[in-house]
Design a protein around this ligand. Structure first.
Ligand SMILES: Nc1ncnc2c1ncn2[C@@H]1O[C@H](COP(=O)(O)OP(=O)(O)OP(=O)(O)O)[C@@H](O)[C@H]1O
Length: 328
């Protein structure tokens, strides 16, 4: 059994302007489908990376997996328990304590008025657990000094603050950590250190990660499986080795081609070509077809189903026809 099972997950937001709907009678509501029919499994002790451009639905999926947001349709099961339909409070509490989340901005997620010790042990203290020496032990595990426990967040660099967030996430001995762009606010040199730390901790603590990133290269070396999202739908899923050498979906190939174009500060110079469509009015058929170099008539008419392809899954009428520039 997988630790996480996401089944046909869909989330729709009402983005109508209430005042406009009041002024114009019978104006239809504007609905935005942020996530549509997404299914994937995360076996225990593995890392599943969700990758896609801004607005592709990554964070919305992450929030539904940790229970911060209710799905419009579909299910999220953690250890076989469906958090949406489960009614036993003790079971819900047990599963919730097995899940932690790490966010992009380590400064915003640390209370500036609390000492690091209190920040780290708070999830355990809230449950009445033993916190003696806990902060010092965890600080050592994340590569900081036990003496740092008495300091405040502003006394640390961005990378060190993210290490504190990791220590806090570990405090309640979770099984699953959902990491939403945990390194994208950090300098490139620091990013690699934090990623390496997270990989090491995964092995030491037997963790399972759902790792959210807009950058394929960030997840390449730490993911067991990568799911590529486009406009709320999973368009390809494969192991990194296969995905990077022979992407089956043209969008995946576009992300790979865009990835190495970094400026002197390591920032992406050119985003993938073309505009991301309006999610309240997505293109017909395959939502990627207006940007796709392989698109034919069927692509604008019929949405391709996500189907088994090679060792993974892909949703494309022309799966496997794309060749990476410079390859072969
Ligand atoms: N609470 C909300 N109300 C209305 N629309 C929302 C809400 N949350 C997200 N959205 C919309 O849902 C879509 C997916 O957003 P989401 O934040 O999940 O994408 P993302 O891939 O994580 O992007 P980013 O990397 O920019 O955070 C976007 O079009 C976004 O504007």
């Amino acid at each position: 059994m997988s630790l996480v099972s996401v089944q046909n997950l869909t989330r729709v937001f009402d983005v109508s302007k209430p005042w406009l709907n009041r002024v114009i009678e019978r104006l239809p509501k504007r609905m935005l489908t942020a996530v549509s029919d997404v299914s994937f499994e995360i076996p225990a002790r593995t890392t599943y990376a969700l990758v896609g451009e801004s607005g592709s639905g990554k964070s919305t999926i992450g929030k539904m997996v940790v229970g911060l947001l209710r799905p419009t349709e579909g299910h999220v099961e953690i250890e076989g328990v469906d958090l949406v339909t489960e009614t036993d409070a003790a079971v819900i509490d047990r599963i919730r304590s097995d899940i932690q989340m790490i966010f992009q901005d380590p400064f915003a997620s640390l209370n500036p008025r609390w000492r690091v010790r209190d920040i780290i042990v708070e999830p355990v203290a809230a449950r009445g657990g033993d916190t003696v020496g806990l902060a010092e032990k965890l600080l050592t595990q994340v590569g900081l000094s036990p003496d740092d426990a008495g300091k405040y967040p502003h006394q640390f660099s961005g990378g060190q603050r993210q290490r504190i967030c990791v220590a806090r996430a570990l405090a309640s001995e979770p099984k699953l950590i959902v990491c939403d762009e945990p390194t994208s606010a950090l300098d490139v040199s620091v990013q690699a250190q934090v990623l390496n730390l997270m990989s090491d901790l995964k092995d030491e603590h037997g963790l399972t990660y759902l790792f959210i990133s807009h950058d394929l290269t960030v997840v390449r070396h730490m993911a067991d499986t990568i799911g590529v999202l486009y406009l709320g739908r999973l368009v390809e899923e494969a192991a990194p080795g296969d995905l990077f050498t022979k992407p089956a979906h043209p969008y995946t190939a576009m992300l790979i081609e865009a990835a190495p174009r970094l400026d002197a500060f390591g920032r992406e110079v050119e985003p993938p070509e073309g505009e991301i469509p309006d999610p309240t009015d997505p293109p017909s058929g395959c939502a990627f077809h207006p940007r796709c170099p392989l698109a034919t008539e069927i692509c604008s008419v019929e949405r391709p189903r996500l189907e088994a392809f090679g060792s993974g899954r892909v949703a494309c009428h022309h799966a496997g026809e794309i060749a990476l520039k410079g390859a072969a």
